[in-house]
Design a protein around this ligand. Sequence first.
Ligand SMILES: Nc1nc2c(ncn2[C@@H]2O[C@H](COP(=O)(O)OP(=O)(O)OP(=O)(O)O)[C@@H](O)[C@H]2O)c(=O)[nH]1
Ligand SMILES: [Zn+2]
Length: 294
Amino acid sequence: MPKGLILKGVGGFYTVESSSGIYECRVRGVFRKKGITPVAGDFVEFSITDETAKEGWIEEIEERQNFFVRPPVANVNQIAIVIAGTSPEPDFLLVDKLLITAERNGITPLIVINKIDLINEQELEEVKNIYVGTGYQVVAISKVGKRGYDELHEKLKGHRTVFAGQSGVGKSTILNNIMDAWVMETGEMSRIQRGKHTTRHVQLLPLDNDGYVVDTPGFSSLTLEGIEHAKLSSMYPEFIRLEGMCRFSGCSHIKEPGCAVKDSVQSGEISRVRYECYRRLYEELKLQYENRYR
Ligand SMILES: Nc1nc2c(ncn2[C@@H]2O[C@H](COP(=O)(O)OP(=O)(O)OP(=O)(O)O)[C@@H](O)[C@H]2O)c(=O)[nH]1
Ligand SMILES: [Zn+2]
């Protein structure tokens, strides 16, 4: 049976991309009975009912690697976390929440610093330095002169990427620029409008380099749930590298003396911004944990 990828679903019809072209497929009632609704990003097996009209039925939905509700999309493997150099000032706590969400779901994070036309070289370096020790990829871009866009294009290669970040950082602008430059023709496609991230018809847009982007950005706010505060430090790659070097085993890196993480913050090897985010999230999660049976 042919296999394909759902690009979008509207009113019970699903656009399925496969190696032999794009098909409009309907879904068997049995899925509805099982409470499964296919979404963009689902890998499926389908039967072809009409080869010339390119129509078929979705017969199987493969197990999802992950699933997001807002926007409803499955199997993304990269989150582009967008911040602006300025205007708005970066919400580093949200960045960390998104990084942690990515880590937990086995998704590669990509930090995108947008609006670099509004800051100088030194200010850009300061933002980049926050993440130097993490090993996360960072690209810096601007709509002005499309600076950095080729590098962004390169990072999207072979990935299914969803864009995320606080309001006003430029997610729609970036998506529109991507659509203008690298999205393959797949019929009608509307431009993405500011603040109108309707989650009803989420679409995966196929790029010219084997990548896809989700046309609806998401996660402008986020609460972390289900993470034990004691496990939080394992989501900070630059902390993991110091494992075993704190005086106390199981050090929370908050109040204990002889803490290698805090020493590294002092010496500037670990970014203070990252550490402060860690502290805040730690306290938040600890409170959640202590109130878990209330
Ligand atoms: N100077 C500058 N402005 C930019 C850049 N990218 C986007 N903007 C502007 O920033 C504003 C917000 O951009 P949007 O693309 O609407 O931001 P968004 O993240 O989609 O915002 P929400 O829809 O609120 O989530 C717009 O006025 C854009 O023109 C950039 O690289 N440089
Ligand atoms: Zn420690």
